[in-house]
Design a protein around this ligand. Structure first.
Ligand code: GTP
Ligand code: SPV
Ligand code: MN
Length: 604
């Protein structure tokens, strides 16, 4: 038997009986194994060699054109009690769900190899880490899991150890690419059974089951019952000229700037003073209170699956540097001399688009808007060795944010934890190419977890509130919007490296060194509180970036109130009361002429 753990061997046997593969391969995670997988895929055409002079060991994968992003329509949470999944999730009865998807798995690996991938999310020795085993028939998934997780023999040893002592149970994650039919692309989660079943996609979060399915959907469920948080957040360390490093976790929805903020290079003036940025994670954050009352965070991943378009020397030089070798690209275009290319990279003209056709602008962008790179985390020049710290890093600030062309100012600070939880719960964002079937231009995306929270959002908000305990030293909470647009339709804020200016203000709020002005929606920096030197922003742009229109915000709060009311009895009273406090403050601040009731009251 390949494993010391009977429960694991039995499960692998059962899956093999159902799916009927020609071969079973237990992954050891070695370089040799990776090399053999790549060679095999080069033969079948699953991978295409890129220019090995400019990009050693870089390969291109072209996915099925119907399979280019996460899908949400058939992503379901299967719990005994429908209410536990909440109105934020698709729900199915577990027995019905198993029956439906098991029928699809019947014989689906005939003629293929079945890979068994033991993996660990988080540092191998960390008490905060969790393990799983993914079974898949896709060598592309195996290669990606090798870059994205701690995969192979060491993970299996931890699984066996924990399995034998009963204090930890591994996640059983079953995947098959099936026939890639979008109508049968089920991604099912059984949090009560620590089980994931995904069929019909080979792409990203649909297929690399350690990522969204385990680390976020099942992870958030486990986090709730065990007193921690599993979040869609980057983790970044900011070192000041005094050599102190403070860590920030930030939740932005898919394709809204996490990777960029995590790898930020400070503007020239900051670098001269000695400011530095350290990347701990770019997508997922697990955190829990330490003995000292602070929140400690680990990045459960070991690699980045990042958005390619828009990545350039100007916007994200760190990312560009790490993509020069040992990278798998998915759905990017290629140049005449076979280098990877995407919109926003530079002004070369691509030769072939993401589907391998001769490039023709009439066919749309050359690289798919959700084209991505997979690369090991430690290839990033700003990679923080603290990413391997078993205890995690202490978090001083939590940042929420989304893409909002109007209404939402560059940055504001929540008054306290409860207000911060409301700010997170109230988030909204324009939707992006990261999911294909959302169908609205803007949507509520609490804590950037709409597609990823494995249980009822009402209960999730209550869980967040529950961290406010005596003795807790919780992070300060902020909200940012890099995406506000002026009348000319252009972004008002330069973004990217210049976001450092906003981070500096936040950290100086944490230490009490920076000022702010109180408003009904929270505390905002004044012009003099933020270092805007050398930016050349006109007064008009500045005013617009910081403008809070109380009447617009009253409308926003009405929409937020209606949204939150959708969680019914699960919505914590404390959150509702906090919402009412903001509404009252906005009403009190509104011009008397703005509300007829006030006019009448004033007249009597
Ligand atoms: P997921 O991996 O999907 O969870 O996304 P992410 O949040 O890591 O997204 P990423 O950082 O890759 O951002 C994707 C898009 O946002 C790219 O097109 C970037 O160019 C753009 N972007 C990131 N930061 C900024 C910014 O500060 N300003 C502007 N205008 N655009 C930005
Ligand atoms: C996201 O959509 O938030 C991602 C990409 O990080 S995927 O792994 O495909 O979900
Ligand atoms: Mn993500």
């Amino acid at each position: 038997m390949p494993s010391k753990l009977d429960s694991l061997n039995r499960w692998v046997d059962d899956v093999a009986k159902r799916t009927n593969p020609d071969r079973i391969h237990w992954c050891d995670g070695s370089d040799t194994e990776y090399r053999q997988l790549v060679d095999g895929m080069l033969k079948t055409g699953d991978l295409i060699e890129l220019n090995q002079q400019t990009h050693p060991r870089c390969y291109l994968h072209r996915s099925d054109p119907r399979d280019v992003a996460r899908v949400e329509k058939l992503t379901v949470i299967c719990t005994r009690n429908r209410d536990d999944a909440g109105p934020n999730n698709n729900w199915m009865d577990p027995a019905a769900a198993h029956a439906k998807i098991d029928a699809l798995f019947e014989g689906c690996m005939r003629g293929r190899t079945m890979y068994v991938i033991p993996y660990c999310m988080g540092p191998l020795g960390s008490p905060l880490s969790r393990c799983g085993v993914e079974i898949t028939d896709s060598p592309y998934v195996v290669a990606n899991m090798r870059l994205m997780t701690r995969m192979g023999t060491a993970a299996l040893e931890r699984i066996e150890r924990e399995g034998l002592t009963q204090n930890g149970m591994f996640i059983k994650a079953l995947h098959s690419i099936g026939e890639l039919d979008p109508e049968r692309r089920w991604i099912m989660h059984f949090p009560e059974e620590l089980t994931i079943k995904s069929f019909g996609s080979g792409y990203g979060g649909n297929a690399l089951l350690g990522k969204k399915c385990h680390a976020l959907r099942i992870g958030s469920w486990q986090a709730r019952s065990e007193g921690w948080l599993a979040e869609h957040m980057l983790i970044v360390g900011i070192e000041n000229p005094q050599r102190e490093i403070r860590y920030v976790a930030a939740a932005f929805p898919s394709a809204c700037g996490k990777t960029n903020l995590a790898m930020l290079i400070p503007p020239e003036g900051y670098r001269r003073e000695g400011w530095k940025v350290w990347t701990v994670g770019d997508d997922i954050c697990w955190m829990r209170p330490g003995k000292d009352g602070r929140l400690y965070a680990i990045n459960p991943e070991a690699g980045y699956f990042g958005v390619a378009p828009g990545t350039s020397k100007k916007t994200n030089p760190n990312a560009l540097a790490m993509l020069q070798h040992d990278t798998i690209f998915t759905n990017v275009a290629v140049t005449e001399d076979n280098q990877p290319w995407w919109e926003g990279l530079d002004d070369r003209t691509p030769a072939k688009d993401w589907q391998g056709r001769d490039y023709d602008p009439a066919n749309g962008p050359a690289a798919h808007p959700n084209s991505r790179f997979t690369v090991r985390a430690n290839q990033c020049p700003s990679w923080s060795p603290e990413a391997e710290n078993d205890q995690g890093v202490p978090i001083d600030a939590i940042v929420f944010g989304g893409r909002r062309a109007a209404r939402v100012p560059l940055v504001f600070e929540a008054r306290d934890w409860t207000h911060g939880v409301l700010v997170g719960a109230s988030m909204a964002s324009e939707t992006t190419a990261a999911a294909t079937d959302v169908g609205v231009a803007i949507r509520r995306d609490p804590m950037a977890m709409k597609p990823f929270c494995g249980y009822n959002f009402g209960d999730y908000f209550a869980h967040w509130l529950s961290f406010d305990q005596p003795g807790a030293k919780l992070p300060m909470v902020f909200h940012v919007n890099w995406f506000r647009k002026g009348k000319n339709g252009k972004f008002l804020w330069p973004g990217f490296g210049d976001n450092m200016r906003v981070l500096e203000w936040m950290l100086k709020r944490v230490t009490g060194e920076a000022g702010a002005v109180e408003t009904p929606i929270g505390n905002l920096p004044r012009g003099k509180d933020l270092n805007l030197e050398g930016l050349g922003l006109g007064d008009g742009a500045l005013d617009e970036l910081f403008r809070v229109d109380n009447r617009e915000w009253r409308e926003e709060e009405t929409a937020i109130g209606e949204y939150l009311a959708g969680y019914g009895s699960h919505l914590p009273g404390k959150l509702k009361a906090e919402w009412q406090r903001i509404v009252d403050a906005l009403d009190a601040a509104a011009e008397p002429a703005a509300t007829p009731e006030r006019k009448a009251a004033a007249a009597s």
